[in-house]
Design a protein around this ligand. Structure first.
Ligand code: URA
Length: 239
């Protein structure tokens, strides 16, 4: 079956589809030995040989890795017993993908989905916890003591959270809200919400802006893209 060159390159993990379009326009891509600069070009992966920077492009063993910018109102499961919208309603691919880890229904932001079970295992293993960065808007003006407590670790149920990076992004005295950036490398259930509860701050909005160094600011809410091989490696090799 034929597919657009930039889609094929992105599927093979070269880069995002938009970046692959740039590579095509820059003359970095060859099909059957000829440089192709037209974005409308279609190829047949069974018959055509595609090269990027003179190296043959090989499909990723049919494993796919997707980054979704999840909107609020979607549950992070494959099927929901209450019939609510799931993140899979937003990502229509033929492969059977699953979410890697979880975001609450009312949390938006970066979520990875894949059909690579080994990858899911590695990435969600507690030993391997990757940095996850959240933007959280809370009611009230946060003070330095509260920030320090979040940084050092707070008690959530019977657990003390590990040291976190915490930055104040904004305080708005008129609206009586504060916006923080919190980076954690553990993944306890509803951890950020519980951390805010521990300092008696009500969470008004929660968004995961980054997983490792992979951010979603260039993706509209509800949109997704394939991860590049470099991004996949950065997650696997993270320690
Ligand atoms: N922490 C939360 O409280 N919720 C999420 O969805 C992710 C992290």
């Amino acid at each position: 079956m034929e597919e657009r060159l930039q889609k094929y390159l992105a599927n093979c993990g070269i880069a995002s589809r938009r970046k692959c379009e740039e590579y095509i326009l820059e003359g970095k891509v060859k099909v059957n030995g000829n440089i192709i600069r037209e974005l409308g070009t279609k190829i047949n992966p069974q018959k055509d040989t595609v090269e990027y920077e003179n190296k043959k492009v090989i499909p990723n063993n049919n494993n796919i890795y997707i980054l979704l910018n999840k909107p609020i109102g979607y549950v992070t499961t494959v099927e929901d017993q209450f019939g609510r919208d799931t993140v899979l309603n937003l990502v229509k691919v033929k492969e059977r993908i699953v979410p890697v880890g979880r975001l609450d229904m009312y949390t938006s932001g970066a979520l990875i989905l894949t059909n690579d079970g080994d990858f899911v295992y590695k990435i969600t293993h507690p030993k391997h916890e990757i940095n996850k960065t959240y933007t959280v808007t809370v009611k009230g003006i946060i003070n330095n003591d509260e920030i320090e407590r979040l940084r050092k670790g707070v008690k959530i149920e019977d657990y003390i959270t590990k040291p976190a990076k915490v930055k104040i992004l904004k305080t708005d005295i008129e609206k009586d809200i504060s916006r923080l950036e919190i980076t954690i490398h553990e993944g306890k259930n509803r951890q950020v919400r519980k951390m805010c509860e521990a300092i008696e701050k009500k969470v008004l909005a929660l968004h995961r802006s980054k997983i490792g160094e992979i951010g979603v600011k260039d993706l509209e809410l509800g949109k997704w893209r394939y991860l590049s091989s470099k991004e996949i490696k950065s997650l696997i090799n993270n320690n």
